[in-house]
Design a binder for this molecule. Structure first.
Ligand SMILES: NC(=O)c1ccc[n+]([C@@H]2O[C@H](COP(=O)([O-])OP(=O)(O)OC[C@H]3O[C@@H](n4cnc5c(N)ncnc54)[C@H](O)[C@@H]3O)[C@@H](O)[C@H]2O)c1
Length: 312
């Protein structure tokens, strides 16, 4: 029988003692990032402009912890300690004032992130590392709006954060070596496997993944095959655990569109132009799992994959 691991104390944290972790954005990624830090003993402040989103995030974290308890990888006591490590805030200034690390995981929009980083820089203590979970936006550009570009880094967790092992760490043009080393060490403390890359559009993960997803959407758009056929070919033929259309739904179609635009602008190459079908779906508010419909439809509590009626 598997024994239940004990919660790690963040005593030997590479960040040093004292302050906590502030996570900005309580959506798909923010709740997972808060979950993982809190489970590993860090005090987390989860910040979102929407109080309703914060409440929803706490509910999601609790449900995901329940799943770990059912599997036997966490005890009830560890679940309640994890939840008690998380507090929430709707104001960035108050939420980052005691942080040693801020991880920004707000909506994938360049202007929004630049505004958020100006605010974080103004209110986080000197010496606090500012990380972004952005999928594609330039870390160098984000760093340039702060007065501490050497302390800014990409800390790109994968979805779902509590499950996925990889953290893609992105060095901006000015990122200090010590900051990279700290984030590498911290990622290991969270039980993750860090992989460090340099700051070019899409980094590595999305530079390779998004053109594949876009090509799958083009194949559907051009009538080469249906949703199920495209995903089945990639699952059974390439041993992908999830087909590209299902994965796009899971990531969020708005996020996929934003990343493709960053690749298109960043490289100036039309091969990255987002498929018009993706653009239309985002305009129609069909963003995938988070809105209940994308290439598939999603019903709470059901794991069955049902192709959206738009594609039947
Ligand atoms: N979804 C994925 O699979 C995935 C994977 C890796 C990285 N990312 C990246 O993570 C980031 C978040 O993506 P997501 O999928 O969680 O998005 P999401 O849409 O699920 O959540 C974004 C959250 O940010 C909040 N927000 C917006 N403006 C804010 C502000 N000014 N201050 C505080 N909160 C604000 C929104 O209310 C929302 O709750 C993006 O940069 C995205 O590219 C996403």
């Amino acid at each position: 029988m598997k024994s239940i691991p004990t919660l790690k104390e963040p005593k030997a944290s590479p960040l040093g003692g004292g302050g906590g972790i502030s996570v900005i954005g309580a959506g798909t990624m923010g709740n997972g990032i808060a979950h993982v830090f809190a489970q590993n003993g860090f005090a987390v402040t989860l910040i979102d402009v929407s109080a309703a989103q914060l409440e929803k995030a706490l509910g999601t974290i609790s449900k995901n912890l329940d799943r770990q308890v059912t599997k036997g990888s966490l005890s009830e006591e560890q679940k309640s300690i994890t939840l008690s490590n998380i507090s929430t805030a709707t104001d960035i200034a108050a939420g980052v004032k005691n942080a040693t690390l801020v991880v920004e995981a707000a909506t994938e929009n360049t202007n929004l992130k630049l505004e958020i980083f100006k605010q974080i820089d103004a209110h986080a203590p000197e010496g606090c590392i500012l990380a972004s979970n952005t999928s594609s936006i330039s870390i160098t550009k984000i760093a340039a709006v702060t007065k501490r570009p050497e302390m800014v880094i990409g800390m790109h967790f994968m979805n779902p954060v509590p499950v996925m092992k990889l953290v893609e760490i992105i060095n901006g043009y000015a990122t200090k070596k010590e900051v990279t080393e700290t984030i590498v060490e911290l990622s290991k403390q969270l039980g993750k496997i860090p992989c460090t890359v340099n700051d070019y559009p899409g980094f590595i993960a999305n530079r390779i993944l998004m053109p594949m997803i876009n090509e799958a959407i083009y194949s559907l758009f051009e009538g080469v095959a249906g949703v199920e056929e495209i995903d089945t070919v990639m699952k059974l033929g390439m041993a992908h655990p999830m087909g590209p259309l299902q994965l796009a739904d899971f990531i969020g179609l708005d996020t996929c569109l934003s990343i493709l635009k960053v690749l298109q602008d960043g490289f100036g190459n039309p091969k990255y132009a987002p498929c018009p079908l993706l653009v239309n779906m985002v305009m129609a508010g069909k963003l995938g799992a988070k809105t209940g419909e994308g290439f598939y439809t999603y019903t709470a509590g059901s794991k069955e994959l049902v192709v959206s009626k738009s594609f039947k």
